[in-house]
Ligand binder design. Structure first.
Ligand code: ATP
Length: 294
């Protein structure tokens, strides 16, 4: 059975179509990353999966049941971007408070250890640094020893070192066979943690696969040129991943620019204004989004 299943999920806020038909099935033990730029719909998708917001249409099932089901809630841990946690409590008090919400919990010391909070267990929440707060929220998400963990942009505001040690903690949790779904803006983070990367943009899944597959897409090179080679013919050439047109130019994304250009020249097509450029992740998102919209 799938731990998480989502079918044809849509969400509209007034005139904003935040989600535009998301389908996803996650098996036990998968670590899935939602990767996408600001406003892509990641937080909305996670909130709906948690039953915190209602979808406009579509179906969500966690462990085969509605996300608001009591038995489901006991098996789910959450780390959201905003936590309405009282700042006047101490780290260990908050951990105990959250433990009390769950029928089954991990020992307090283990939770504190897993989140790397040994040194700050008696500190007031209000006195913690941004990175320490994030660790605390991670600890609170672990309180019920969840089988399924949602992390919404968990490393925002962390410096590089804190981020890397946080990744270690997440890996430790995943190694126990738990299922994790987290969102991030960073391909590097998705690559470090995820078994599957789901790229979201403008409310749609525009690509998914292993981190290597996704890195491959963003590693495409872009060839820009004016040419008399028809687009439809070019699309059939080996190594051509996408062809778009832009102000009379053709833009081709390909992992093998040299081989492709050799063929175009060998076949004696006219080529002018030729530019070859490595695509960054932003460009890859844009290309993927245009492709999904087409
Ligand atoms: P970020 O990475 O910035 O957190 P995100 O991928 O999580 O972005 P969402 O927060 O889900 O994206 O937002 C998706 C779209 O829905 C955006 O256009 C956003 O402005 C809009 N949106 C989100 N929440 C609301 C709301 N409560 N009311 C109206 N529009 C909203």
């Amino acid at each position: 059975m799938h731990v998480l299943e989502v079918q044809h999920l849509t969400k509209r806020y007034g005139t904003v179509q935040a989600l535009n038909g998301i389908d996803l099935a996650v098996a036990p033990g998968e670590v899935v990353s939602f990767l996408g730029p600001n406003g892509a719909g990641k937080t909305t998708a996670i909130s709906i999966m948690l039953g915190l917001r209602r979808p406009t249409s579509g179906l969500v099932r966690l462990f085969g049941k509605a996300p608001t089901d009591r038995a489901v809630k006991a098996r789910v841990g959450v780390m959201l971007q905003e936590s309405g946690v009282p700042a006047t409590l101490r780290v260990d008090e908050l951990v105990r408070l959250f433990q009390s919400y769950y029928p089954y919990t991990l020992p307090t010391d283990e939770i504190i250890g897993r989140a790397g909070l040994q040194g700050t267990r008696h500190a007031l929440l209000g006195k913690l640094s941004g990175g320490q707060k994030q660790r605390l929220y991670f600890a609170l998400a672990l309180a019920g020893d969840p089988d399924l963990l949602f992390l919404d942009e968990p490393t925002v505001g962390m410096d590089v070192e804190t981020r890397h040690s946080f990744w270690e903690q997440v890996r430790g949790f995943a190694a126990a066979g738990k299922t994790i779904l987290f969102s991030t803006h960073y391909l590097e983070e998705a690559d470090a943690l995820a078994s599957r990367v789901v790229v979201i943009n403008k409310g749609r899944i525009v690509a998914q696969g292993t981190p290597d597959h996704i890195k491959g897409l963003s590693a495409d090179t872009q060839i820009r040129m004016r040419t008399n080679l028809p687009v439809q013919q070019l699309q059939t050439y080996a190594g051509v991943r996408r062809v778009t047109t832009e102000n009379g130019h053709i833009v081709v994304a390909t992992p093998e620019p040299e081989a492709l250009l050799r063929r175009i020249f060998r076949e004696d097509w006219q080529v002018a204004d030729l530019e070859v450029q490595h695509a960054d992740l932003e460009t890859a998102f844009l290309n993927l989004t245009e492709e999904a919209a087409a």
